[in-house]
Write a protein that binds this ligand. Structure first.
Ligand SMILES: NC(=O)c1ccc[n+]([C@@H]2O[C@H](COP(=O)([O-])OP(=O)(O)OC[C@H]3O[C@@H](n4cnc5c(N)ncnc54)[C@H](O)[C@@H]3O)[C@@H](O)[C@H]2O)c1
Ligand SMILES: O=C(O)C(=O)C[C@]1(C(=O)O)C=C[C@@H](O)C=C1
Length: 314
């Protein structure tokens, strides 16, 4: 027997990779009865239509939200304010306004003053994604087993928070609630800084013009390839992440730079023991991530676990 819908009508603002994934997962799981998608870009909407992602499509965001009991902003963080201003006068009293933005403090401080008392603002962030963009990059089981972090403002309506949690759980997510500032510090180190490092290393390689054209591409080793995947992530989305989570990213970057300098010293002075100690500690982190089921791609990590002499160990 199919489960009953949690929301009657879902309006998704922004039909890109995450908007498309939410639409597919919501439909597949019966979390909503009706989905309307809107995007400011006509070709994106036509692509969403061709993929049959929703029941209705309109370029008019105000029209999309009429009668919706859940409105999900799936636009770059820097566009949340403009998108919200367009739709808020047309939202139904008692509806939930949420988002999927990768930064939460900025979304909250931008939207909170705009949202009237009869609309429940509950920002959220599904911690799942890829480097791809657009409707066809959507994945129906993207949220399966992945965290979705909700950052309700103080005094948020508890039943609305519970309803939104139930929605994400239906989509397969594990839901956690936390303060927006805490979210931004945690994600600065687990997601934002890794992207910045990837953009930087690939940028440095591409500055080495003469090798880039040939050897960097030709001999790109696994490590560099992994970085290029991350550094292929959407430029607008990531520009907004760094501009809106500035303090936390700069704090983590400061720590990172100090640690990098320590590594530089260890290499210069031949301190093999400290290098090996660090690399063993980081390998343990990888094992813990896999044990926690956070990386299903590399489940057999450990098969080639070697000691410092290169001998295979259990
Ligand atoms: N890509 C990821 O891995 C990932 C993961 C989790 C959360 N997020 C967050 O999800 C959001 C969307 O990211 P995405 O990867 O789906 O990006 P995307 O580029 O695939 O899609 C964004 C869409 O928003 C549309 N848009 C921009 N401004 C608009 C506006 N004012 N009104 C209507 N539509 C507008 C664009 O035309 C585009 O189609 C971002 O806030 C991002 O931080 C991304
Ligand atoms: O796997 C990837 O490609 C991602 O970058 C996904 C990722 C991440 O850093 O884990 C990127 C940004 C999001 O806000 C959430 C998830």
């Amino acid at each position: 027997m199919s489960e009953t819908a949690i929301f009657e009508k879902l309006a998704i603002i922004g039909a890109g990779m995450i908007g498309s994934s939410v639409a597919q997962a919501a439909r597949l799981t019966g979390a909503v009865n009706r989905i309307v998608m809107t995007d400011r870009c006509d070709s994106v909407l036509r692509e969403a239509n061709a993929l049959s992602l929703a029941d209705d499509y309109t370029q008019d965001a105000a029209e999309a939200v009429v009668g919706a009991d859940l409105v999900m902003l799936a636009v770059p963080v820097g566009a949340m304010g403009v998108a919200a201003e367009t739709i808020l006068p047309f939202m139904r009293s008692g509806a939930i306004l949420s988002d999927v933005g990768s930064v939460k403090g900025d979304v909250l401080s931008t939207l909170d003053p705009l949202v009237p008392g009869d609309i429940h603002l509950i920002p959220g962030h599904p911690v799942a994604g890829t480097e791809k963009s657009g409707p066809s990059a959507g994945i129906q089981d993207l949220f399966d087993g992945r965290w979705c972090i909700l950052t309700p403002p103080p005094g948020a309506d508890q039943s609305a928070v519970e309803k939104l949690s139930a929605f994400w759980e239906r989509l397969g997510s594990k839901v956690e609630t936390m303060d927006a500032a805490h979210h931004d510090r945690v994600l600065a180190i687990t997601s934002h800084l890794p992207h910045l490092i990837a953009y930087n290393i690939v940028g440095t390689a591409s500055d080495l013009e003469e090798v880039t054209r040939s050897e960097v591409i030709k001999y790109s080793a696994g490590g560099f390839r992994d970085f290029t995947r991350i550094a292929a992530s959407d430029p607008v989305m990531w520009r907004d992440v760094f501009l809106t989570n500035k303090e936390a990213v700069l704090e983590m970057l400061g720590r990172f730079t100090e640690d990098l300098t320590a590594l530089q010293r260890a290499i210069r002075w031949g301190e093999g023991e400290s290098l090996e100690k660090l690399f063993s500690r980081t390998r343990d982190i990888r094992t813990r991530i896999i044990d926690a089921g956070q990386d299903e791609d590399v489940v057999d990590f450990g098969r080639h676990h070697t000691d410092s002499e290169g001998k295979e160990i259990e």
